[in-house]
Design a protein around this ligand. Structure first.
Ligand SMILES: Nc1nc2c(ncn2[C@@H]2O[C@H](COP(=O)(O)OP(=O)(O)OP(=O)(O)O)[C@@H](O)[C@H]2O)c(=O)[nH]1
Ligand SMILES: [Mg+2]
Ligand SMILES: [Zn+2]
Length: 375
């Protein structure tokens, strides 16, 4: 078994030889976006690993650990303003200080978000600046097309291209039925089988990650995400863990998100298996991955038909005629309800934040005048 991934901040040796940032996906666009920060004497870096409050960054002069500036930590934007793995950031390094300070995050080209776990209605950016998102689903008991729908909604909203990897293909005799089923759920996405045991599909993964492109692996614990990266790397960089014999569930082996440069020049982000995948998206985007339903909907009598109890609904008619899977329409309704509920909670939260900010403002104004009275 390989050792655990680096968990202490000294685990990655700071190198002294300069590194070409192109290795981490730096290009002319990032260069242009960074210009104002370069003028302030800041250096560019890409977030490599995210621990709780500490980040590990790739820079042109080796890896450094970093923390957010006070301004980013306590700003009004909340968790969205925190750097996520894959972000390009502007850092300040003070001679003699071991930790760099993240002063700014360059505008993200794409980001994959979900609702933060727990009660808070807060967006959590799982990974940033992704060209591709690989949804990894094992062909063992992990296989679940309904969960795939949920992932696709979030990938759709992220701006990255979705790829569906049916992993552990060596465990089943014929992958064709599952591929067909997933293709029906994921119109427009590439769906293919991979296996590290017989090497199937690995070249296809490499092909969608040419030099400079960044992908992220998402999926349940035990789906084989870290194992796949190790195979693409040709080394056991990441810890992997066998699924439980009783129910084939994973053991949450990966604890941190981590950006790994691959030999071909592409980059892949490993993520911990998700326990909870709550939506973070508007009701309109929640249904854009249901092209099959959207294609039938123009036939409904009402233009704003929700395909529930409305009369002369073409979508329900298609289900009754056996042309559309009933489970598919059920998912459509479920995801839309969830997105609506989230939207309502966000409205409430927005008002609370505004009120709190109003209070802070009026206190600051009062203090300002009190100060002046004393002068
Ligand atoms: N048969 C078979 N087993 C595989 C394959 N890929 C991974 N596995 C096994 O699946 C188990 C889980 O693999 P991991 O790579 O740790 O899974 P993970 O998705 O990273 O899981 P977390 O880190 O917990 O989220 C390990 O025992 C792997 O050996 C495959 O292609 N075929
Ligand atoms: Mg893992
Ligand atoms: Zn309808």
């Amino acid at each position: 078994m390989p050792g655990p991934p680096p968990t202490t901040d000294d685990a990655i040796d700071p190198s002294t030889t300069p590194v070409d940032l192109a290795r981490y996906g730096w290009d002319a666009g990032w260069e242009a976006a960074f210009r104002p920060y370069a003028e302030q004497g800041l250096a560019p870096a890409r977030v490599a690993i995210e621990y709780n409050h500490l980040l590990r960054l790739y820079t042109a002069s080796g890896d450094v650990r970093a923390q957010h500036s006070g301004k980013l930590l306590h700003g009004a934007a909340g968790r969205h303003a925190m750097a996520a793995v894959g972000d390009w950031v502007a850092i300040r390094r003070t001679p003699g200080e071991r930790t760099a300070v993240i002063e700014a995050i360059l505008p993200r080209r794409t980001h994959f978000s979900r609702k933060a776990a727990g009660e808070l209605t807060e967006q959590q950016v799982v990974a940033a600046n992704l060209d591709v998102v690989f949804i990894v689903m094992g062909l063992d008991r992990d296989y679940n097309p309904r969960r795939l729908e949920r992932y696709l909604v979030l990938v759709q909203a992220s701006g990255a291209r979705p790829q569906v990897l049916l992993s552990k293909a060596d465990l089943v005799a014929d992958v064709a039925p599952q591929i067909a089923e997933c293709e029906a759920v994921a119109p427009g996405a590439d769906v293919y089988a991979v296996s590290v045991r017989d090497g199937r599909g690995l070249d296809r993964v490499r092909a969608v990650l040419p030099a400079g492109q960044t992908g992220a692996l998402l999926g349940s614990s035990g789906a084989g995400k870290s194992t796949l990266i190790n195979h693409l790397l040709g080394s056991e960089l990441l810890a992997t863990g066998a699924v439980r014999a009783s129910d084939q569930r994973g053991r949450h082996t990966t604890r941190h998100r981590q950006l790994v440069p691959l030999p071909g020049g592409g980059l892949l982000i490993d993520t911990p298996g998700m326990r909870e995948l709550q939506l973070w998206t508007a009701p309109e985007t929640a249904t854009t991955s249901f092209d099959d339903i959207e294609a039938i909907a123009p036939g409904c009598h009402f233009t704003d038909c929700r395909h529930r109890t409305e009369p002369r609904c073409a979508v329900r008619a298609a289900v009754e005629a056996g042309e559309l899977d009933a489970a598919r329409l059920e998912s459509f309704h479920k995801l839309q309800d969830e997105a609506r509920a989230l939207e309502a909670r966000q409205d409430v939260r927005g008002r609370i934040v505004e009120r709190a900010q109003g209070k802070i403002m009026s206190r600051a104004v009062k203090q300002f005048y009190r100060g002046r009275d004393r002068e």
